[in-house]
Design a protein around this ligand. Sequence first.
Ligand code: PLP
Length: 604
Amino acid sequence: MQIQGPHSAALPDREAKVYRNAVSRNFSFLKRTDRFDLLLVKSLALPSPSQGCLVPVADLHADDERLIEKLAGWRKENYFAYPTQFPVTLEGTRSWLRSRLLEVEDRILFLVLDQHGIEVGHLGFNDALSDSGLMEVDNVVRGVKPGNSGIMGAALNTLLKWAREVIGCRGFFLRVFEDNSHATAFYRRLGFVDDLRIPLRKKTEGQTTSFVPLAGGDTAPPDKTFLRMVHVPDSKNVAKSLILTAGPSISAREAAYSWDAAKHGWNHGWNHYLSKFEQTFAEYVGMKHAIATSSCTGALHLSLAALGIGPGDEVIVPDITWVATANAVLYVGATPIFADIEADSWCLDPASFESKITERTKAVIPVHLYGHPARMDQIMAIAHKHNLFVVEDAAPAIGAEFNGQKTGTFGHFAAFSFQGAKLLVTGEGGILLTNDTALYKKAHTLWDQGRNPNKTFWIDERGWKYKMSNIQAALGLAQIERCDELVEMKRRLFSWYAEGLHHVPHLRLNREIPGARSIYWMSSILLDEKARISRDDLRAELKKRNVDTRPVFPAISQYPIWPTVQAPLPMARFVGNQAINLPSGVCLEQRQIDYICKSIKELL
Ligand SMILES: Cc1ncc(COP(=O)(O)O)c(C=O)c1O
């Protein structure tokens, strides 16, 4: 159905497609459950003090006669709240459960269980595949059992939070009879506000009475009115606790896969999730081979070792990056040479890169900093001209694109990170990708202690142990299966900053350069020197308002650990001194970003 009010416009095509996919995959993941133990793993906990949970109504309930009886009873008790009223039967409820709920792609229902596991009601979503990214709250029913006061409010809040944080839903609405004062008061307490009145006409056919919208030309007084309400979360308490710079989105999928890996991922099943994760990740990025590692740093190290880079060689890295990029160069005994970054993308400046090439240069490691792709067309052309290897440090840039091509597909190798602050998390972890089968085999041997793959316990060369565990890979598999929606959530977060900080003097956001599709792993701002507050004072003031920030990495050439002393490069030094990463956790809400933007504007 069409809805008016904030956020009602259709999403752009690409976002709408990702959103609709996320709805149908998440709904069906919950509904396609035929074991009770797994169903509990997929449940959503309600916060204290209710301590109950929401359990998805799933395939295993299709023949659960006890539940069907209960649902029929609730329907009878609440018939007055439904626009379609008919005599409730067990057969009707059974068939509704199958054909109008379990088999319908855009609908889901959760049972509300109290702290003892007893069903006290249900609620869910209907019509969830809209192009606007909005969901209709539906079927909110409370059984007439005394006690558990407040549990339905907690259940509804939990449901909305789940849809927002897991699926990336943009907002919620519902329809309720205007004369159902108990229900309208309940929804108002939970942040729903009146949006529109829909006059209805009563129609009776056989034993069924329906209230339907008035036909065109019907001007007689309506028999009943639907009130459409939209959810407008208030901004009170928005900064009650520290708003953090990062934080993942974890769904039932991660819980179910890692639970399964912990219980069954041993002996013959030891690498079930590992191989599936490697294959899925490689396919997502569009590369042939993948090796899951214990960190991105380890993956970078393996890539340089597999390329045969060693003492006497130089590897060019951007002067702004996490130390890991250049540390990997030290690990193979080579020397990192720092090149400057661009003023707009903050990634490796192709001209500076070319100016640093000597006869010792063997490779370059462009970094897709904070999720923004480096200018790979020019970097690849220069590398090709000088016969250099290219290792992409795509640690924070899963799903980013340059000229429509995914980061991680340009170079000889690419390394990604799943450390806990990244877009996709496995606690710690990384992955190495390549299209070159010989390089893959070499890196694989080095990753496994230099072990000969054809002999038991035989080592041919010095290697390392950089393996990821099957349990981490289970988490990683669930995360990569959700990657597209997480990317869109990050991009939307940046758009809220862009809106809130539009035209603020002395400040620039890390917007995409032409051709780039950033995933905005970190939404960031750069202050100019005329700002009336220093970068560090701004951070301190924001902290007092419960807004956490991070300084952008300093120009890393300044660290006292490199074999040659190199002066920090001008743009790297400037950005390193003047830029800030703002809170960018994928689950943050617009009201939190609005609060942060307002605080920044007051302080600048
Ligand atoms: C640009 C860059 N490279 C490499 C890494 C290292 O990743 P890991 O912590 O998985 O080793 C990071 C982590 O923050 C990073 O931001």
